[in-house]
Design a protein around this ligand. Structure first.
Ligand code: GUN
Ligand code: ZN
Length: 446
């Protein structure tokens, strides 16, 4: 049966979702009802179907899950995904990334963005927080493509006022220009498509930003209600360079703290090597971290102590960090994140203080509701619950079965385990944002 394209609709399927209140809802024979405006009006057992409900499309034994939230990725870098493994961050940026981003003008963005959004959706991601390149017009193209595609996207123009690849601007003018361009983009796009599109003010990282740019960008974000995103404490060489460039700062997090950059609308990518002081400061300010474990191994950056951060009360979601990470899939981020936690244990890192170990249903929560909460969207998306918007994916579990014809896993934790440890590029068969189906999943016939 063909999954519905537009709301209103009702789908009968297996249903697996984290819940706002904690725990998981699993309905082996479930029903999801979405109203004309794309809101969820029922998520429960098919046997409890409301009397006046329209007929449901029966998609059993496929599984409905909340759409995944990718809290950190780089749109212009997608063409180089999978290249440059094992280089240290700064060398990789120079060799593989800056040349690509330098060429990411409006026409390059027009060519890439529509297929990039389809690829995100095909991987099961319905919300993506991404960096563009430095050019204003290429950001317009990225937003226009997201508007047409239907994905929920938070996008920002990369800001750099030193070591930038944009050689056409006189260094003295860069700060004013990049602020003015970001302000215009906020005006045009923050809250567009009825709030489905949002803007993140995006200074790249402390190495490519002066203290002035960090401070002015944070103030722009605060005065407009936009997000503020950057990278922090990803790689040892990077951390040493930040120490050299900002000798007065206590540590890397303090560089952003002094700029006024910390707070609940801030998403910092990585945070692999945070000190206890830095961790405490992020928790205190309500800042969020995008954990990108695939990238952290691909670029040999390190193994983030996720359990310790969560135990300290840090808000964490998952990111692909494409192209630092070679894959868009948040299910892959769950898998590698699990391996990182266990590799730390095996290697005896931090002794007994490494914090809690996540289980498959915890990882599913982190990849959906955890990301939504980090974006301040926990009441709107991230789980299949009445009153939320219908950002949903449909997965065919036969793709993750070890052999053909093997009966489906009845236990929800087993199902979550198969999805993360045996995720398959074609397993997502449909995805919706606000009940509107996205192009991307199922693009390859199977
Ligand atoms: N730090 C600064 N820029 C980047 C980037 O593009 N990717 C990653 N992984 N880290 C960065
Ligand atoms: Zn990144």
């Amino acid at each position: 049966m063909e999954p519905p394209r537009t709301p209103p609709f009702a789908i009968r399927a297996r249903l697996l979702t984290p819940l706002d209140a904690g725990g998981t809802r699993h309905e082996p024979d479930g029903l999801l009802i979405v109203d004309a405006s794309g809101g969820i009006t029922f998520a429960g057992p098919a046997a409890d179907r409301p009397e006046n409900a329209a007929a449901a499309t029966d998609l059993r034994p496929w599984v409905l899950l909340p759409g995944m939230v990718d809290l950190h990725a780089h749109l212009p870098q997608l063409p180089n995904a999978g290249l440059g493994a094992g280089l240290d961050l700064l060398t990789w940026l120079d060799r593989y990334i800056f040349p690509l981003e330098r060429a990411f003008d409006r026409s390059a963005a027009e060519r890439l963005a529509p297929s990039a959004w389809r690829a995100f959706a095909g991987a099961g991601t319905t919300t993506a927080m991404v960096y563009g390149a430095v050019y204003e017009a290429s950001l317009d193209a990225a937003f226009e493509a997201a508007e047409a595609h239907g994905i929920r996207a938070i996008i920002g123009k990369v800001m750099m006022d030193r070591g930038t690849y944009d050689l056409d601007i006189a260094p003295a003018d860069i700060l004013d220009q990049t602020l003015a361009e970001s302000a215009r983009l906020i005006e045009r796009w923050h809250g567009a498509a009825d709030g489905r599109l949002r803007y993140a003010v995006t200074p790249r990282f402390a190495i490519s930003c002066t203290a002035d740019l960090l401070r002015e960008s944070a103030s722009l974000a605060r005065s407009t209600g936009a997000y503020w995103q950057t990278h922090v404490s990803e790689d040892r060489g990077e951390i040493a360079e930040v120490g050299r460039l900002f000798p007065d700062a206590i540590d890397y997090v303090d560089v952003y703290d002094r700029a006024g950059g910390l707070g609940e609308w801030t998403v910092l990518a990585h945070g692999v090597h945070l000190s206890d002081r830095e961790l405490a400061r992020l928790v205190e300010t309500g800042s969020h971290v995008a954990h990108c474990p695939v990238s952290n191994l691909f670029l040999a950056s390190g193994m983030m102590p996720l359990g310790r951060y969560l135990d300290a009360g840090l808000s964490v979601g998952l990111g692909s960090d494409v192209a630092g990470g070679p894959e868009l899939s948040i299910f892959s981020a769950m898998r590698v994140g699990f391996y990182v936690q266990h590799a730390r244990r095996v290697a005896g890192f931090d002794g007994a203080d490494d914090g809690r170990l996540l289980e498959p249903l915890d990882w599913l929560r982190l990849g959906s509701l955890g990301g939504a909460q980090a974006l301040g969207l926990g009441a709107t998306i991230g789980s299949l619950e009445v009153g939320k918007e219908a950002d949903v994916i449909l997965v065919d579990p036969s793709f993750v079965a070890p052999s053909e014809g093997q009966p489906a896993d009845e236990d929800p934790a087993d199902l979550a385990s198969r999805l993360m440890f045996r995720s398959h590029p074609d397993m997502v068969r449909a995805a919706w944002v606000r009940g509107r189906r996205l192009e991307g999943p199922g693009a390859r016939p199977v």
